[in-house]
Design a protein around this ligand. Structure first.
Ligand SMILES: [Fe+2]
Length: 136
């Protein structure tokens, strides 16, 4: 199990690095099923279907403001580590790294006039990398 856990952590970090590096996440979202066990979504939760509500980031859009919330317990042993918001062309709008004492909530301003797909990510230290895709 530790070997699989280490592999998943490495894979999630690689996927995060790709998103941060500007590589489009459009491929990731459309091929989420191909990344089963690496990228989890509401529609493709793999073996973690029971974890969707507490791990897939919730999205609230008000004008150009996007707020993310992961309804997840926060403790030193188990917590949400990071949120990111990425546009369909790979532009990273922003990201927030959390301490275990924080609430897993973040907010971002979309570029003026942006219309299109947006990808919200949430990473749990025990339950890996989650993606919520939406459009504005
Ligand atoms: Fe978790």
């Amino acid at each position: 199990m530790n070997g699989r856990r280490d592999f998943l952590k490495g894979s999630a970090i690689a996927v995060s690095a790709l998103a941060i590096g500007g590589v489009s996440t459009r491929v990731l979202a459309s091929q989420a099923a191909s990344f089963a066990g690496v990228v989890y979504t509401k529609d493709n939760p793999g073996t973690m279907a029971a974890k969707v509500k507490s791990h897939a980031p919730e999205v609230n859009v008000a004008g150009s403001k996007v707020s993310l919330k992961t309804v997840h317990p926060m403790s030193a042993e188990h917590h949400i580590v990071r949120h990111t918001l990425v546009l369909s062309d790979g532009t990273v709008v922003g990201g927030v790294t959390f301490k275990s004492t924080d609430k897993a909530e973040s907010s971002y301003d979309l570029p003026a006039g942006y219309k299109g797909k947006v990808y919200a990510t949430s990473f749990c230290n025990l339950h890996d990398f989650w993606l919520t895709e939406f459009s504005v």
